[in-house]
Design a protein. Structure first.
Length: 367
């Protein structure tokens, strides 16, 4: 079972607006993978004609994108500003998250009270029932309230990667300061240490199963985004159509190869390289930028965080409400429509007011 996530990042500056559209497209791929996993084994989606279900690839893309966008935000960062940065990240991530978790909990209590525990006759997979089997114990409550614990995210399973987003966001300003100011030799030694730790845990432990060890592993993708931010202007001459084709080929490699890449570590490295080439194309390929400027892509880019947070509770609730009388396809279509409406409301009535509120508070405090 694969749990996916949408990484919340600040609105991307106009200069990088095309990346917002890429984020929206990737968020839709997460949703389409979950639609697939409702009634199909996850691995069966690894076919070239099902590339739009590439939700796993979206996770790696989001990590690389976060590294790039945070590097832009922190390009003039000074350590005394660290507290303000943490407050901004809190107000960016937590308000919408808490609304999603509370809504999911209330829906689940209602579903458990009035609906059967299983929906027979529709071929639903075990993945679908993770939500309905949630136990309201202390581990779940602490994990749901804090995000800083990797436990207890079954109320909205896609929020697992917010654990990494929060911790790596807290560490990232320090990494930026280090890589901006330290001597290149120290930077190289630091990267070698990260590489050694990742390789050691991969060979001797469960690198991708231990969340604390995975923090080190996933930091590589944030650092790849940082590296791309620092050098994208120097290598923009590479952003031709062939680069985009190669990037997409790497990104969708396991679909093109019918799932033949068995090593998750190797697969994710390939995805990260493809993500970097796609990002570079989104920054400097005029034709690709024109396509990404299409209004629906821009719209889904704006609402992508709320879209991600709300789509699973909506999917689960509509499944219990409608499947007794309607088809699974209708449930999926209804989920996409209703989630889009809720995500738009969440963006304009919750995310933006939260962001503007903390900006106003910090502005007044700095006078």
């Amino acid at each position: 079972m694969l749990k996916l996530a949408m990484l919340p990042v600040k609105a991307i500056p106009h200069k990088f607006a095309a990346l917002d559209s890429l984020r929206g497209i990737a968020a839709l791929m997460v949703i389409f993978q979950h639609f697939w996993e409702m009634n199909h084994p996850s691995d069966e989606r690894l076919r070239p004609w099902l590339f739009f279900c590439a939700g796993h690839e979206a996770v790696i893309f989001f990590f690389v994108l976060s590294g790039f966008v945070l590097s832009n935000q922190l390009r003039n960062f000074k350590f005394p500003e660290y507290g303000k940065f943490v407050l901004k990240r809190f107000f960016r991530i937590y308000p919408a998250y808490y609304v999603a978790i509370l809504s999911s909990a209330l829906l689940l209590i209602w579903i458990k009270a009035y609906f059967p525990s299983t929906l027979d006759g529709h071929g639903l997979t075990e993945w679908f029932y993770v939500w309905s089997q949630t136990v309201f114990d202390k581990t779940m409550q602490w994990g749901s309230l804090s995000i800083i614990s990797h436990e207890g995210n079954s109320l909205d399973v896609v929020t697992w990667s917010l654990f990494y987003e929060v911790w790596l966001s807290l560490a990232f300003p320090l990494l930026v300061l280090a890589f901006w100011r330290w001597h290149q030799l120290i930077n190289c030694l630091s990267l070698c240490l990260l590489a050694w730790l990742s390789f050691y845990w991969w060979k001797n432990g469960d690198l991708l199963g231990n969340p604390w060890q995975s923090l080190v592993y996933y930091s590589w993708y944030f650092l790849l985004g940082l590296l791309l931010f620092r050098c994208h202007e120097r290598i923009k001459f590479l952003a031709n159509p062939w680069l985009l084709i190669i990037g997409c080929g790497l990104y969708f490699s396991n679909y093109l190869l019918f799932g033949k890449i068995s090593s998750r570590l190797l697969h994710e490295i390939i995805i990260a390289l493809g993500s970097s080439l796609i990002l570079l194309s989104g920054l400097h390929n005029k034709g690709f930028k024109w396509l990404l400027n299409w209004l629906p892509f821009r719209f889904y880019g704006k609402i992508s965080y709320s879209l991600y947070l709300f789509h699973l509770p909506v999917l689960y609730a509509l499944s219990y409400l409608l499947l007794a009388n309607y088809s699974l396809e209708l449930v999926k279509i209804s989920t996409l429509i209703l989630t889009t409406l809720l995500a738009a409301a969440g963006y304009y009535w919750l995310e933006l007011p939260s962001i503007n509120a903390i900006k106003s508070i910090l502005h007044k405090s700095s006078r």
